[in-house]
Write a protein that binds this ligand. Structure first.
Ligand code: PLP
Length: 422
């Protein structure tokens, strides 16, 4: 198989003689056929092809095949957003009465989904510190546990996941292991190698990379055996809403097929072909961008760790970071461009620092080509009291910095002058 950077450029699209050399945007909801039989076969999944864009579209298919190739997975689904990707993947296996065991260091939107919205539908989440022991995590499992959920690296706390420990809980109990790998991407870690069964992405971040298209991707890594697994009865009985198909009989593609046949069919929430085109275009440079991102991030982390106006800093490239060893074990090329640090002098100085920045902009977004910052205490987490902030591991002087691919000298010179003048 071709190497990573080649797959980024080419996977999923193989133009024939006279075809467009670049993936076209197929901006059409429907596809036409000459005979009723051809269409019937499509509906019955007897042949591959396109009939309605909610279920499949040629532009989306290119992006999905590319992601599956990059992850060594068996299939992928491009969704409207990272949130919808997580929601659809969860609902594909959880019914009312089921539960999820999740790291408590996860993206705020996912935390709210698990903590508030899913509860209304009878799905419970048992949150646990990602650094809890195997025994502590394992004892949360019961016969209704359907998913073990964690993120490769958390934001803004920058906790790097101990994959071996988390995947062992999943494997020992024969439970699906979902990993949200948004902030590291397949360029830095192939989560399949460390026990993940399903990889989830907000493609709005590094995959698109230019902050132009909202999207999410579910990748089925084809590793989980549903056959006769009593924990997942729905995979082992005929789906009367889909011609009596028994998903477990499909072996490796059981998860992605059920997700498409039931979840996408009934809940929609697919990526638009235009966004699939933009995301696919952005992904051509994923390998290149991540290489520069982590090399810039390591230099910025070193600079900040030596600055007199910086109280503390979390980035796993630093030898002094508690996650340095574990980061090297799983992601020797680098972990992410995300980091957080504390400005000396508390909340007021943190805000002053941010307002002093000239090139680096304040935005809610992270993980694209432009270096950007956010002060969670006065923005995303402003509803929380100082005490609640502390409990969430977010000091009031914390700055979240997403290092991009700007020239390193320009990034450091802007940070330097802004810190100098607090
Ligand atoms: C942004 C993000 C999401 C949500 O994705 P959207 O595309 O904004 O819906 C999920 N997980 C992580 C880690 C994220 O950073």
């Amino acid at each position: 198989m071709a190497k990573f950077d080649t797959l980024c450029v080419r996977a999923g699209y193989n133009p024939k003689s006279g075809d467009a050399n670049v993936t076209p945007i197929v901006q059409s909801t429907t596809f036409t056929y000459d005979t009723a039989q051809e269409m019937a076969d499509l509906f019955d999944l007897k042949r591959d092809g396109f009939f309605y864009t909610r279920l499949s579209n040629p532009t989306n298919r290119v992006l999905e095949s590319k992601m599956a190739a990059l992850e060594d997975g068996v299939g992928a689904i491009a969704c409207a957003s990272g949130m919808s990707a997580t929601l659809l993947a969860v609902l594909n296996v959880c019914n009312s009465g089921d539960n999820i065991i999740s790291s408590n260091q996860i993206y705020g939107g996912t935390f709210n989904l698990f903590k508030t919205t899913l509860v209304k539908y009878g799905i419970e989440t048992r949150f646990v510190d990602p650094n809890a022991s195997y025994e502590e995590i394992n004892k949360l499992v019961d016969e209704n546990t359907k998913i073990i959920f964690a993120e490769t690296v958390s934001n803004p706390t920058i906790v790097v996941l101990d994959f071996d420990k988390w995947s062992k809980v999943a494997k020992d109990n024969n439970i699906l292991f979902f990993v949200d790998n948004t902030l590291s991407t397949p360029a830095l870690i192939k989560v399949k190698d460390y026990g993940a069964d399903v990889a989830l992405y907000s493609s709005s971040k590094y995959l698109d990379g230019h902050a132009v298209a909202l999207g999410g991707i579910i990748v089925d890594l084809g590793t989980f055996n549903f056959k006769n697994n009593k924990r997942y009865p729905e995979f082992n009985v005929p789906d009367e809403s889909y011609h009596g198909l028994v998903y477990a009989d499909l072996n490796k593609t059981a998860f992605v097929t059920k997700c498409l046949a039931q979840m996408i069919r009934d809940l929609g929430a697919i990526m638009s072909p235009m966004n699939a085109f933009l995301t696919n275009l952005g992904m051509e440079t994923l390998g290149l961008r991540m290489e520069r991102t982590v090399s810039n991030a390591a230099k910025v982390a070193k600079f900040l760790s030596e600055n007199k106006n910086v109280e503390w800093i979390h980035h796993p490239s630093l030898k002094t970071d508690p996650y340095y060893e574990i980061a090297n074990k799983y992601m020797p090329k680098g972990v992410t461009g995300m980091m957080s640090f504390g400005v000396k002098g508390g909340r007021e100085k943190a805000v002053k620092f941010m307002e002093n920045l000239k090139m680096i902009k304040m935005v809610t977004h992270v993980a694209d080509s432009r270096t950007c910052v956010l002060h969670p205490a006065s923005t995303t987490h402003r509803q929380l009291s100082d005490l609640d902030l502390k409990k969430a591991g977010i000091p009031d002087n914390l700055i979240r910095l997403s290092v991009g691919i700007d020239d390193i000298e320009d990034i450091i010179s802007d940070l330097s002058q802004a810190l100098e003048n607090i």
